[in-house]
Design a protein around this ligand. Structure first.
Ligand SMILES: [Cu+2]
Length: 121
């Protein structure tokens, strides 16, 4: 009888604990995660600002703000959907150098004249 009671207590404990972890999982799934990163994106004018912000938003950023003066981009995104590296790579592919990725020369050359920012050597 003693073993039986212990057995039941054990089962109840397992049920109770798995209930709690299931609840935690539900909370984790319904709460959208957001991460904010700020990094350098080379650009020059208002057209660059539009292009940079549009590009990262199309790539999964929820908010984006690029400052033409400091050439710093602040982005917020869901880290389960995208990351700084992917956003940075995408920006290079549309003509904007970043800290880690360089835009292909031909893409940079095709940018409108006002967008020809000074490239890092
Ligand atoms: Cu521009």
């Amino acid at each position: 009888m003693k073993t039986f009671k212990l057995f039941i207590t054990g089962i109840l404990l397992v049920v109770f604990i798995s209930g709690i972890s299931a609840q935690n999982n539900a909370v984790a799934q319904t709460t959208p995660k957001s991460k904010t990163e700020t990094f350098k994106v080379y650009g020059a004018c208002g057209m660059c600002k539009t292009r940079i912000e549009k590009t990262v938003k199309a790539e999964g950023a929820t908010t984006a703000d690029w400052d033409a003066k400091t050439q710093m981009l602040t982005v917020a995104f869901d880290p389960s959907k995208t990351n700084k590296d992917a956003l940075s790579k995408k920006l290079a592919s549309v003509g904007h150098d970043t800290e880690n990725y360089k835009a292909p020369d031909d893409v940079y050359a095709k940018l409108p004249g006002c967008c020809h920012y000074e490239r890092a050597k």
